[in-house]
Design a binder for this molecule. Structure first.
Ligand SMILES: Nc1ncnc2c1ncn2[C@@H]1O[C@H](COP(=O)(O)OP(=O)(O)O)[C@@H](O)[C@H]1O
Ligand SMILES: [Mg+2]
Length: 294
C-alpha cells in the first residue's frame, strides 16, 4: 500500500533505538504526540509518512493478531460511513524474535488538522466541522465499536472530515470481550501495577469510548486542554439533540478535571518506570510524550 521500503522503516527503527538508548528523544523527527506515543515524520529529509511506533510485540503471532484487529477496526469505521486515513501496520523484526509495530499513514498537511482550524476560526461564526464530528461519532459509536473523537484525531480538508487515530483499535466481540491486546501497552508500566491496569483501569477507560455520552464528554473535555474553551458552547449545542440527557458545561469541567488527573498519573507511572529501568542499566523501550499542559 505505502511505498515506504522495509529498509527505510528499519532505518527509522534504528534511529528510535539510538534515541531511546541515549535518552536523546528530542532529536527524533516528531510530528505530534497523543497520550500514548510519539508520531514521527519519515524519511527525515523529506517526510512522506507519519509513523507511529507501537510497543514491541513478543512474537510474530501477537503482531499479526494486532494488525488484524487494526484492519477490522478501520473496516468497521468505514462501514459506519467514516472516512479514515489510509493506514498500514508494518513490523520490524528484532533479534530476540519480538516485532516492533509501526502504524504508517501518509502525512496530512498540518493546517488540515482540526485543532489549528478551530484556533484560526471565530467561535461566533461557528464551523461546519463541529457538526460533522458530532454526527460522525453518533454514526459510529456502539457497544461493539469505540471511538476517540478528540479534535486532534480529525482532519478537515475541503469540507471533508477524516479520522486518523486508529492505532488503538477499540472493538468488542459479540460476547462483549475487548479485542484490544493490552499486553504491549501494559509493558510501559511498572510490572507490579500491570495486573491492576489490565483488569480495572484499562477496561474502564475503554468503556468510555463505546458510550456516546462518554465520547462526547471526552471530546468536550479535550477542548479545554486545547485551550479552545470558546468552542465548548458550539459543541454542546450540536450534541444536545443527540443525547436524551443533555451535557452541561459543568459536566464537562468536572470530567476534565478527573480525566486530566488520570492521564497525568498514568504518564507519571511511565516516567517512573523509565527512570527505574535506566537506573538499573536497562533501556526503556517506549517513547513518552514530552511535558503535557493540562
Ligand atoms: N497522518 C498524520 N499526518 C500528520 N500528523 C499526524 C498524522 N497522524 C498523527 N499525527 C499527529 O500526531 C498526533 C497523535 O497521533 P494519534 O494517531 O492521534 O496518536 P495518539 O493515539 O497517541 O493520540 C495527532 O493528533 C496529529 O497531530
Ligand atoms: Mg490521538
Amino acid at each position: 500500500m505505502s511505498d515506504l521500503g522495509d529498509d527505510e522503516l528499519r532505518a527509522l527503527d534504528s534511529l528510535v533505538d539510538e534515541a531511546l538508548g541515549s535518552g536523546r528523544e528530542e532529536l527524533l523527527p516528531t510530528l505530534g504526540y497523543g497520550e500514548i506515543s510519539l508520531v514521527l515524520g519519515w524519511p527525515q529529509e523529506a517526510p512522506r509518512y507519519a509513523c507511529k511506533r507501537m510497543p514491541a510485540f513478543p512474537s510474530q503471532a501477537a503482531f499479526e493478531s494486532y494488525a488484524r484487529t487494526l484492519g477490522d477496526y478501520v473496516a468497521a469505521l468505514g462501514a459506519a460511513g467514516m472516512d479514515v486515513v489510509p493506514t498500514e501496520m508494518r513490523g520490524v523484526d528484532q533479534l530476540a524474535g519480538s516485532v516492533v509495530g509501526y502504524v504508517v499513514q501518509p502525512i496530512l498537511a498540518a493546517d488540515t488538522l482540526a485543532p489549528p482550524i478551530l484556533h484560526a476560526a471565530d467561535p461566533g461564526d461557528g464551523h461546519p466541522l463541529v457538526d460533522a464530528i458530532v454526527a460522525a461519532a453518533a454514526g459510529t459509536v456502539s457497544p461493539r465499536i469505540g471511538l476517540d473523537a478528540q479534535l486532534s484525531n480529525w482532519t478537515w480538508d475541503d469540507g471533508r472530515l477524516t479520522y486518523l487515530d486508529v492505532s488503538t483499535p477499540m472493538l468488542w466481540d459479540e460476547a462483549g470481550v475487548s479485542r484490544l491486546d493490552l499486553e504491549p501497552l501494559a509493558q510501559a508500566y511498572p510490572a507490579i501495577l500491570r495486573p491492576l491496569l489490565r483488569r480495572f483501569v484499562a477496561p474502564r477507560i475503554l468503556d468510555g469510548y463505546r458510550d456516546l455520552r462518554g465520547v462526547y464528554l471526552d471530546l468536550c473535555g479535550n477542548l479545554l486542554k486545547e485551550r479552545l474553551d470558546l468552542w465548548l458552547g458550539a459543541f454542546l449545542a450540536a450534541i444536545a439533540p443527540r443525547l436524551t440527557q443533555p451535557l452541561t458545561a459543568e459536566d464537562v469541567h468536572r470530567y476534565y478535571r478527573s480525566d486530566a488527573r488520570l492521564w497525568a498519573v498514568l504518564l507519571r507511572l511511565r516516567r517512573l518506570d523509565r527512570a527505574w529501568r535506566l537506573r538499573t542499566g536497562r533501556t526503556y523501550p517506549f517513547l513518552l510524550p514530552g511535558p503535557i499542559e493540562r
